[in-house]
Design a protein around this ligand. Sequence first.
Ligand code: SF4
Length: 459
Amino acid sequence: MKISIDIDILLKYDRPGPRYTSYPTAPVWNEDFGPKKFKTKIIETNSGRELPPLSLYFHIPFCYSLCFYCGCNSIITKKRGHAREYISYLKREVENISSHINRERRVVQLHWGGGSPDFLTPSEMEILYGHITDNFTIDSEAETGVELDPRETTFEHLKALKGLGFNRISMGIQDFDPVVQKAVNRIQSEESTRRMVEWCRGLGFNSVNVDLIYGLPYQSAKSFKKTVDKIIAINPERIAVFNYAHVPWMKRHQKMIKEESLPRGREKLEILKMVIEGFTGAGYIYIGMDHFAKPGDELCIAQREKTLYRNFQGYTTKAGCDLYGFGVTSISMVGNCYAQNQKTLYDYYAAIDAGIMATHRGYELNPDDLLRRHIITRFMCDFELGKKDVEAKYGINFDDYFSEELKRLEPFRDDGMLVLHTDRIEITDSGRILVRNIAMAFDAYLNIPGKEMKFSRTI
Ligand code: SF4
């Protein structure tokens, strides 16, 4: 895939916008949707219909030190006792939720994220996993992944995870440049990363994913190319290169990063251009939204077959699941609703102690939301949208229903970023970089007077 990147055109579209891990996006959700409503929805969605498979997410929020760029929901501590207490609450949440879930439903995707799941000891990992399998039915072909920090992960951690049946390892790297590492307070030697990849290979993990970030302080296309070349040599199956979201009004610790050290505008796009050319030149497929995978990877196959899906964990081949999130801040996507857990450990523990769902806020999608979510998801996954499919599924006339939205797409068409066919909308290879901006044309909640939402920049 040859992607031609015209920086002057991209600069026109450099503006804040959502990442669309959900639609409507989280700022639209509200606290009217609380524990009772979520419980009702769980019960409703476990009876009287063809029950979809399950995807489970477990959030382990703890990390030993703070990376200044961090956009995750993390708790920095060196107190190991937190893990034991937290697991005891996770176990109770698992029991509470699973008691309403039909046991015939199979878990086809299981993911542990954070924070850093390696904050747990190998034996704590075994205890948590054992409790999950006691309460849910895990499919033998399930995709089971875990996010790990090479600075803290030991061979024993990996051995325990392999023994439990995990098959995907995702590791944070971000940038090998010592100047960048110092500026973001994440000192991680190349040696520790390489050693961890070797351990994974030796233990037979056949899917290794690495995470990088572009747009970090003091990065340039020239400096970051060294990291890109080293990653190509490490040869992971999947690579995610996230756009650094500088949102100090939401993540106060990001104030530790000096604004003037951040690459902006043309400089930042030069980095993105180098990243895309570097990885696609090395044979990786640009899936879109910062993700690359080897051509034989199931993400690439699913994208070719138009069965790719996107949820809170990123791209996945497991479409159509009900997703249950466990732990502080975790998000569930069940039936036609979203529910997010309490945001502090105190509130999360209090809800579990009270024997209720730990829901802090949520949202029930209306028919228009469901239609727009479908469109945005298909753009993110297929980079193409068949109007007839949408009309048949939702009973609308596409061109009438979306006449305003189609007008908003005209500048993208004029810049060669998409083609407006009579029966479909096709995003060009160059337009893939702008998929967030293109999706924004269909977002009914942007630009509502008096409801201003702040997002990170799209590119
Ligand atoms: S390891 Fe990850 S979750 Fe923890 S502070 Fe760093 S970026 Fe945040």
